[in-house]
Design a protein around this ligand. Structure first.
Ligand SMILES: C[S@@+](CC[C@H](N)C(=O)[O-])C[C@H]1O[C@@H](n2cnc3c(N)ncnc32)[C@H](O)[C@@H]1O
Length: 276
């Protein structure tokens, strides 16, 4: 697992570090790990536990406890967001038809142990679904705060039950922009998967808090989405799959080979060669 100090969202450059985010322990027992994470991420440390809804010092708190959780601050702040691959939500998602659509779009079943590069890993849920379907998945994430949540989620999955450990063993993380991932040149990859949109598809409280967080962190990600598809289409892979809202225009106005449509989501599939 590599961890170069890649840039956080460029739009945050105008904010001071303390406006952007601070690290704090959830209780005194986690002070040392909070210090280590603050140093690693080059963020200010608040050395005492703070309640995010009463916090006025910073826009975002990375809280260190048994798990890492990221939370917006202020009186109306939504709840904390962590990566928990063993959650009931992820276990339920496993059974749903939504997963089949993603698997079909990627070409699961056409080749054993499909290699998928998730070039916009986010909280890693789609990656986890693909790994659960048997794919070898490289997760690429360029935002340093989201990287730290992913690293923590993968670490805890590696300590979980046998199913979690087995799925996590098929997932690896590149901390940086996907266009610079050295693993792409080193290995054979079948599919590049892109989900550049904000997760505004479900209306549950869990998804609303994640959406608020992503909107704070990634306000100007939209600018380079078309360029990311152009880059993906130039790589040596059999297909590129793009997740879109059902009625959205094609990314970068590029017509896919075919689309797989569900109620809440559409997968645009760009076939470059046969999967073999
Ligand atoms: C909408 S989220 C993806 C959600 C994800 N599919 C999931 O299941 O949790 C998009 C993520 O892609 C990341 N991202 C966007 N462009 C990227 C790039 N060029 N390289 C690496 N990460 C990128 C953003 O930082 C953000 O975390």
């Amino acid at each position: 697992m590599t961890s170069p100090n890649s840039s956080a969202s460029a739009g945050r450059a105008a904010l001071s570090k303390i406006d952007y985010a601070c690290v704090a322990p959830i209780d005194d027992a986690f002070l040392t790990s909070a210090q280590e994470i603050a140093t690693r991420l080059d963020l200010p440390l608040i050395a005492v536990p703070v309640a995010p809804r009463q916090c006025t010092e910073t826009g975002l708190l990375l809280q260190c406890g048994e798990e890492l959780a990221l939370q917006l601050t202020g009186p109306n702040a939504p709840g904390p967001v962590a990566v928990d691959f063993g959650s009931s939500h992820m276990r339920h998602r496993r059974q749903s038809g939504h997963n089949e659509l993603l698997g079909r779009a990627a070409g699961v079943g056409k080749k054993p142990r499909l290699g998928v590069v998730d070039a916009t890993a986010g909280l890693g849920r789609d990656s986890f679904v693909l790994a659960d379907l048997g794919c070898e998945v490289l997760l690429c994430e360029r935002n340093t705060l989201i990287q730290s949540l992913l690293q923590d989620g993968l670490r805890r999955a590696g300590l979980g039950d046998l199913w979690l450990q087995e799925v996590a063993s098929r997932m690896s993380l590149w901390c940086g922009d996907s266009t610079g991932a050295p693993q792409l040149a080193q290995g054979e990859w079948d599919v590049i998967y892109l989900d550049p949109m904000f997760p505004a598809r479900e209306k549950s409280a869990a998804v609303k808090k994640e959406m608020a967080l992503f909107q704070y962190l990634l306000s100007d990600d939209a600018q380079d989405q078309g360029a990311l598809l152009d880059w993906a289409l130039m790589q040596d892979v059999a297909r590129v799959v793009v997740k879109r809202p059902p009625k959205a225009e094609h990314l970068g106005d590029k017509k896919p080979s075919h689309s797989i449509k569900g109620k809440a989501v559409r997968y645009d599939v760009y076939v470059l060669r046969a999967l073999a």
